[in-house]
Unconditional design. Structure first.
Length: 464
């Protein structure tokens, strides 16, 4: 028995005439990273779902229609999460060093589970997270945010992606898992490496990370504490050590990449969008509204929620073959919905967190972490500006996460009175993250460029 739907037809299909088309969109290209919405507009010509290439040699189907996305997400009897059904991978037709395997290859965690096993693991995770009070979460985020800001605050410059957004969620989840302080730097290096490496190096770092997790589980078996690992261990679901490690790997590893993108996208918005910058400066709009805008305009996971049809399925005019990865374009379906009348601010109808049984289990906590991270940075460094023109920002390449590759900023360093004087005399547009404007040129010419040279000379000790 299948789930009734105006989009889903259970009629067998001999194949998908669109897969293999020479015009298949490449979701890993620089052009896609620069302007993915052009690609989404193109894909809609094929109907609610269209063929794409996630990486060289990795074909998939991408859902770009809101209603169709809900049907996939809410039809667990037709579309499953078990990636062992990925036919091309099973047949050796996916390159073994493909960068998408880290996110898509099967692992024994709730992300790839269906039915009763998924419900059992999901319940254990959710009820364990429920034991974490907001005060403790705020403490972890604030403490780690301050540690990062303390590193670059006195310097007067930072890359808010690599120096802040990419590190803070990892540090928070490592602490929540209950790693001893002496382990934090070691685990941080391993997890960051897993996300940034590919091929054999990624596999080596993944094994290293798993080893740390097994050590943590063994430690918590002997000395449980007030942490996620101990709460998962004590849950009535009776998770095995392998299941504990898999869920922790999911929470710490895969769970932090969307959070990194979320924080980075909100910071970019505050730096470049005068609607939010001006309102925040006047105290009329809070960070929560900026979070809503990002979830509508640039959801952290632009394309994910991978499913597999149990048999060939018709979705609109397109056919989804069994065993082919079917992804939801959270960005495309949210864009489609945002075209309808109504306000985005305060509206949670977007699908940035997914929907159905596999909707993000920690979306409230993820939103809270992002809000605290942004608020703490603005409290500590209220005056900052992009070090490049907004048009010069580059977006991270790849099919999944949507965020800037880097977010370079500068600001008056805490320890330099001269730099603070220069900041106060700066021309409009370079003095504050809350009133960003734009420079005349990014080459250092003109009055803005002259001021920038004086600023960098002052903080580097070379004089004005």
């Amino acid at each position: 028995m299948t789930d009734p739907s105006p989009y889903v037809s259970d009629s067998p299909a001999s194949g998908c005439p669109v897969v293999g088309n020479s015009a298949t969109a490449q979701l890993y290209s620089p052009d896609f990273a620069a302007d993915p919405h052009l690609t989404y507009h193109y894909l809609r010509r094929f109907g609610p779902v269209a063929p794409v290439e996630l990486a060289p040699g990795v074909e998939a189907m991408l859902v770009t229609d809101y209603d169709a996305a809900l049907q996939v997400l809410r039809s667990p009897k037709t579309f499953v999460k078990d990636a062992r059904r990925w036919q091309a991978l099973a047949e050796g037709r996916v390159p073994p060093d493909s960068p998408v395997l880290a996110m898509m290859a099967w692992k024994p965690s709730s992300l790839f589970a269906d039915g009763e096993r998924h419900r059992r693991l999901r319940t254990a995770v959710r009820e364990s997270i429920d034991q974490l009070d907001q005060h403790t979460l705020r403490k972890y985020v604030t403490r780690n945010a301050d540690k990062l800001i303390d590193r670059f605050g006195p310097v007067g410059q930072a890359d808010l992606m690599s120096d802040y957004s990419a590190l803070l969620p990892l540090q928070v989840f490592i602490a929540l898992a209950g790693f001893p302080p002496s382990y934090e730097d070691i685990v941080l290096a391993a997890t960051a490496g897993v996300m940034n490496a590919s091929g054999p190096e990624a596999a080596r770092l993944s094994e290293e990370f798993l080893g740390h997790l097994y050590d943590l589980v063994a430690h918590k078996r002997r000395q449980p504490g007030a942490d996620l690992t101990s709460w998962l261990m004590a849950h009535e679901a009776g998770l095995t050590d392998d299941e504990l490690v898999s869920e922790l790997y999911l929470l710490i590893g895969a769970g932090t990449q969307p959070e990194q993108a979320f924080i980075g996208n909100v910071l970019r918005l505050l730096l470049v969008d005068s609607r939010f910058a001006g309102d925040l400066q006047n105290g009329t709009v809070g960070v929560e509204d900026a979070l809503d805008e990002v979830l509508w305009v640039d959801p952290p996971m632009a394309n994910f929620s991978v499913h597999f049809a149990l048999h060939d399925v018709r979705l609109g005019d397109a056919l989804i073959p069994a065993g082919v990865p079917t992804l939801i374009s959270h960005a495309a379906v949210t864009e489609q919905l945002s075209m309808l009348p109504g306000q985005r601010i305060g509206n949670r109808a977007h699908l940035a967190w997914g929907a159905g049984p596999h909707a993000c289990p920690v979306q409230d906590e993820a939103r809270m972490i992002a809000a605290i991270a942004v608020e703490r940075l603005l409290d500590r460094i209220p005056d900052m500006a992009l070090a490049v023109h907004p048009d010069g920002l580059r977006w991270r390449q790849g099919p999944f996460a949507r965020c800037p590759e880097s977010l370079p900023v500068f600001f008056p360093p805490d320890s330099s009175p001269l730099a603070e004087d220069l900041a106060r005399s700066a021309p409009p547009g370079w003095g504050s993250a809350l009133d960003p404007g734009s420079p005349n040129e990014d080459s250092g010419q003109g009055s803005n460029g002259n001021w920038r040279r004086r600023f960098w000379a002052a903080i580097s000790g070379n004089g004005a």
